[in-house]
Design a protein around this ligand. Structure first.
Ligand code: NAD
Length: 365
């Protein structure tokens, strides 16, 4: 024990005070050793956001890569200073297992193969972070959670906004009820997609704009209400590019209803660059205008504080540092596999409502 810590503990003067401070002290004490992370899937998000963030993280560092293109791994190995022997293909999970420097595998592949990658990573005895959406079916989410339990390892979802102070303010307002409950919510999230990518392939994406962009709105609505919706009514909007969106929806509107009477109206689409969020309570509101859900410089206001400004930071650094610390110190996480599954239940209900034209009651058990 360091002299500073010993004298600090000595000055506490009581066991009760020692217990109250124990988690914070444990976290600080353990922060010496960063966990090793392997990125699985070296596409745009890995290279454009996660790799730069991993140059700033304190609790986790990049020590390996799992990729179909070795040259991409070599670039990362040079940038992050890890051995090129720690670059693996997607069928070398036995080698990933044998690499004791790897504590966490971060799965950043298309959603249709998340389950396969996550189950393999748990099989290799690693903790896992999996990008959103967690999977393309509730059954896959269940299989992923079960694989983690069997391996005795943790699962987190890439819900970076859980570590973003603007969205944390929404959570705080919801939990403290400072404005009263948010009863009316309106939100939109989407962008114009015209490139042929996995996002328009049902097998890899699971669905269209909803899976990729609408999920952020769903998530923010649940943050604002501090609850899971009880029902959903949805309708697909007409396709302006039917020859391009042959397998998945281009745009849709849906309504989430909550047990306390709160209602959220949501648009998501691949045919307009939109990001909006407005939540109203009796004594105040929380509002976001583009960008609301993306990485930087969010435009967020509350009726109490005006425009919020939390300075410059990388959400991905906060997300990965936070998740790694929770894995390492055995602390709970809000961005859990169970939450990823919750969102998949809602998404399934939305597609069912589109198919049947009826309101769908959501069942989470
Ligand atoms: P991308 O297409 O740029 O990268 C996907 C990578 O997966 C590519 O390197 C590709 O080669 C690899 N891959 C492995 N197996 C594959 C297969 N069978 N078919 C196709 N590609 C395969 O996509 P991206 O934008 O980096 O998205 C990857 C994941 O990250 C998705 O789940 C996406 O939703 C998520 N994402 C999250 C955020 C966020 O803010 N949290 C942002 C962007 C993307």
């Amino acid at each position: 024990m360091s002299p500073t810590r010993r004298s600090f503990l000595g000055s506490l003067g009581g066991l009760a005070a020692g217990y109250a401070l124990a988690p914070a002290l444990r976290a600080a004490e353990a922060s010496g050793k960063p966990l090793g992370l392997a990125l699985c899937g070296l596409g745009n998000y890995s290279n454009g956001e996660l790799s730069p963030a991993l140059l700033e993280t304190k609790n986790v560092k990049l020590v390996a890569a799992i990729t179909g293109t070795r040259e991409k791994g070599v670039k990362l190995a040079k940038l992050h200073g890890f051995d090129e022997a720690s670059i693996y293909s997607y069928d070398q999970w036995d080698k990933v297992a044998a690499n004791k420097a790897v504590d966490i595998v971060y799965v950043v592949t298309p959603p249709g193969i998340h389950a396969q990658n996550v189950v393999a990573a748990f099989g290799a005895g690693k903790h896992v972070i999996c990008e959103k959406p967690m999977a393309t079916s509730v059954a896959d989410c269940d299989a992923m959670i079960a694989a983690g339990k069997k391996a005795g390892k943790r699962l987190a979802i890439g819900y970076r906004l859980h570590f973003d102070p603007y969205h944390q303010e929404l959570v705080r307002l919801a939990k403290t009820q400072e404005f009263g409950p948010f009863m009316k919510i309106k939100t939109a999230n989407g962008f114009t997609l015209r490139r042929k990518v996995w996002r328009i392939e049902k097998k890899l994406a699971g669905g269209g704009a909803l899976m990729d962009m609408g999920i952020y709105s769903i998530h923010a609505c649940c943050m604002a209400t501090d609850a899971n919706p009880v029902s959903v009514t949805a309708k697909e909007l007409p396709k302006t590019q039917p020859e391009f969106f042959t397998e998945v929806e281009q745009a849709m509107e849906f309504r989430l209803e909550y047990a306390n009477g709160a209602v959220a109206d949501i648009w998501t689409g691949y045919d307009a660059n939109r990001a909006e969020f407005y939540a109203e309570a009796e004594k105040g509101w929380f509002k976001g205008e583009k960008p609301v859900f993306s990485y930087r410089k969010l435009n967020i206001w509350t009726s109490a504080k005006g425009k919020l400004d939390f300075g410059v930071f990388r959400q991905q650094q906060r997300h990965m540092d936070g998740v790694a610390a929770a894995f390492r110190d055995g602390q709970p996480l809000t961005c859990s596999g169970e939450l990823g599954r919750r969102d998949m239940v809602i998404i399934d209900g939305i597609y069912e409502s589109i198919r049947t034209g009826k309101k769908v009651e959501l069942k989470y058990a």
